[in-house]
Design a protein around this ligand. Sequence first.
Ligand code: RNT
Ligand code: ZN
Length: 410
Amino acid sequence: MYNEAKEAYKAVGVDAEQAIEKCGRIPVSLHCWQGDDVSGFENANAALSGGIQATGNYPGKARSFAELTADLDVAYSLIPGAKRLNLHAIYAVGENIGRDKIEFKHFKPWFDYAEKRGIKIDFNPTLFSHPMHKDGMTLSHPDKAVRDFWVRHVKACRKIAAETGKAQGSPCLHNIWIPDGLKDIPADRLTPRIRLRESLDEIFSVKYDKRYIVDAVESKVFGIGMESYTAGSSEFYLSYAATRGINALLDNGHFHPTESTADKIPSLLAFFDKVALHVTRPVRWDSDHVVLFEDEVKEIAKEIIANGAEERVLIGLDYFDASVNRIAAWAIGARNMQKALLYALLTPHAELKRLQDERKFTALTATREELKTLPFGDVWNEYLRRQSVPGSEWLGVVEDYENRVLSARK
Ligand code: RNT
Ligand code: ZN
């Protein structure tokens, strides 16, 4: 079946062998926080706050470093391609010493875990689920003591990220997202943004080698309880990143529903060396449902591949569904991201671009529609086989693990 598929793609000018080979080299960063509903290790009864929410109560969630890494191993075994690991500061291992005091050594177990598996790490400060996240604000809070605490936290995190990047020989993506916002119509939209700008400037006054760390800021249009205003809006962070020589991260759940995140990628590629992504699935709101193999995700992958930006777009996943088996959630979302990349790699972009430039729009639409029914599944199966990853039988692996291991977690 693969050989026939290969011929079908050859007929439209696509080399399936090359697509398979290339797909295996594009890293996708797996977010550790899908494994425990963004709880972290700071305390057992940690409640998620900050305008984000995990809903559902599926049994068997990971409660420790040992459980989370065991679960991640199962997930990784089901995902083809190059993989990274995305950590949050609340996953420091050992006693809770305070977010403004964490160091590389508190993440050393993660580093060793990843290194053994040939996986590189990305890192995030955690500016939510904490008593100093006051009145829904952190880096833009009117009280300087609150801002200073979070400045210290993010500085500590950037140091960890830079040390990680240096030690692993690959830049560590350090992404700042803050929940700061207002529920109802602001009386003052500007001052919180000025305070945020000043906090960020203080944070970025510490310089690190770009070979060790990629600094990014993540915008958001609204959150639960912050429906009317977010300090870290898209315009704010794009301007900030552009003027400070850092990068922007696009989360496709963080824009008005008819905006296309895929369309934003080439806009940013025209100005920035790198663009970071959080791929998710917003259902009516920023719900962070499991990523599907759907048009939005295909279009995102297309913008990466068609523009030859595999090394400039840093792909990460960001969703947390607590209503289904969490390992299956990892596997489904990451496999779908990979599917979208392979699908884009099996598209004759040069030919489609030529049709656009020659204004042959009838042929462009006709060709694109014909491509949709090529035997993609046969190439996908061959890709999985070569990556030694199970095909549709992957679910059995998760069910078996659930029966043996997860069901014993009470
Ligand atoms: C929240 C942002 C942010 C978080 C993670 C846990 O809306 O998307 O990226 O999901 O940092
Ligand atoms: Zn995000």
